[in-house]
Design a protein around this ligand. Structure first.
Ligand code: ATP
Ligand code: MG
Length: 429
């Protein structure tokens, strides 16, 4: 059988069997953002290409090889957003949200990167972003980390490990960069092609190489933390103290650099050993220079982004997915009179029993087929309305998950009876 027009490689449909877990994660996250005073912002999927070049960096992997860039009908170069921060800062500036104001923001949505698709790595994927703009101290770095740690806890996830590092300021990095170039140049013969390219363009990114052949030479490379300026050192010590005081465990990872050029001082990553090669679930850091770089008044900022596909996979693998919602009531209706009466009774139930899910049979079918559907729906009760019940002004109620016998109920008492039966069912479990 033809499967129609094929989907685009690396772009997934998220099917009903999976959306329940997505909603579960989103609901927990939404509540936590509110609990920490973060407000939602929604920004376009498309931005001017220039925005990403100027923020993420012309020489970053994302800008050099991963962006979906095209010209629109006016010949303007546009790009599908590969990450959220640039668009959020752009929106903050465009709308005057950053003018002498501090903002705690979050954003959810699809991101696009032209990468080689594999498990946990897709061309359309989804992130949750949290950003705190206008805060200079390590207290907010810690707050953002606490927020993410709480998210894992509330979802029931164990085994995520936090790695932290400090990259210092652009000035303090100059000296480090020189040392690094010198070191890697001295080992030029052992560098892979990617690293050779990075050596000229962006030597710190060599430390981020995932090629196992590079791990030896990376292990002996000079460390960025040995080149920190006094203020960055103090900031980093402050962050560690906040984490220590709150009992938030972390690992110092002096080789942790991030794929986006705009990071300063704090960077961090939450990793897991349960997802194979794609081990980063959430990563973030401070980007004190970005707002100014995008045309605003200088403003410190820090944020993180988590990969929804990877987080959802963790929740599912750990058996923590809450599963698909099932209807409470399935409404079987036999014959024309019953269908007309039944649909309006179902509306009455929904009017009076907020939150109770009623699935109507719709489209006719034999008694046997309708009861089969009722059973498959997972509903607790089947309501059965036939010609006889219509004539008598009654309706039959059949418990589907217990041995209790079917009962007849006056239509006028249906709301109360359904409420009682569902409540009894709740207390049983
Ligand atoms: P990686 O090292 O895995 O490529 P990254 O450093 O490029 O990740 P960020 O740009 O910091 O990732 O994005 C934050 C999070 O988004 C990552 O930790 C990851 O969970 C998720 N992510 C990034 N790229 C992808 C992708 N192509 N498919 C699915 N999730 C992704
Ligand atoms: Mg990447």
């Amino acid at each position: 059988m033809s499967k129609g027009i094929p989907p685009i490689r690396g772009m997934n449909d998220i099917l009903p069997a999976q959306t329940a877990t997505w909603q579960q994660v989103e609901a927990v996250a939404r509540d936590l953002f509110a609990a920490y005073g973060y407000q939602e912002i929604r920004v376009p999927l498309l931005e001017r290409t220039e925005l990403f070049k100027r923020s993420i960096g012309e020489l970053s992997d994302i800008v050099m090889k991963e962006m979906y860039t095209f010209e629109d009908r006016n010949g303007e170069s546009l790009t599908l957003r590969p990450e959220g921060t640039a668009g959020i800062v752009r929106a903050g500036l465009s709308n005057g949200l950053l003018y002498n104001q501090r903002q705690r923001l979050w954003c959810a949505g699809a991101m696009f990167r032209y990468e080689r698709p594999q498990k946990g790595r897709y061309r359309q994927f989804h992130q949750l972003d949290a950003e705190a703009l206008g805060f200079a101290g390590p207290d907010v770095d810690a707050e953002l980390i606490f927020l993410s740690a709480r998210l894992w806890r509330e979802l029931g996830l164990k085994g995520l490990k936090l790695k932290i590092n400090s990259l210092g300021t652009p000035e303090s990095r100059q000296l480090y960069r020189k040392k690094l170039v010198k070191y890697f140049s001295a080992h030029a013969e052992t560098l892979d092609d990617d690293s050779k390219r990075r050596l000229a363009a962006n030597p710190m990114r060599i430390l981020d190489s995932k090629n196992p052949k590079m791990s030896g030479i990376i292990a002996d490379a000079p460390l960025v933390t040995d080149f920190l300026d006094k203020e960055s050192e103090k900031h980093f010590a402050g962050l560690r103290r906040y984490l220590d005081e709150a009992g938030c465990e972390y690992q110092l990872e002096p080789r942790l650099v991030r794929g986006l050029d705009y990071y300063t001082r704090t960077v961090f990553e939450w990793v897991t050993d349960q997802l194979g090669a794609q081990d980063a679930v959430c990563s973030g850091g401070r980007y004190d220079g970005l707002v100014e770089q995008l045309g605003g008044k200088s403003m410190p900022a820090v944020g993180w982004a988590l990969g929804m596909e990877r987080l959802v996979a963790l929740v599912e693998q750990a058996g923590l997915a809450s599963g698909q919602a099932t209807p409470d009531v399935f409404f079987a209706m036999l014959g024309e009179d019953a269908e007309f009466k039944g649909m309006s009774l179902a509306e009455m139930l929904r009017n009076n029993l907020g939150g109770v899910a009623v699935e109507c049979n719709a489209g006719g079918g034999s008694f046997k087929n309708q009861l089969k559907r009722a059973d498959q729906s997972g509903a607790k009760l089947a309501l059965i309305l036939g010609a006889e019940e219509c004539a008598a002004g009654t309706i039959a109620i059949k418990p589907l998950r217990t041995e209790e016998p079917q009962q007849s109920c006056e239509q006028g008492k249906l709301v109360d009876r359904v409420r009682q039966l569902l409540a009894a069912d709740e207390t049983d479990v």
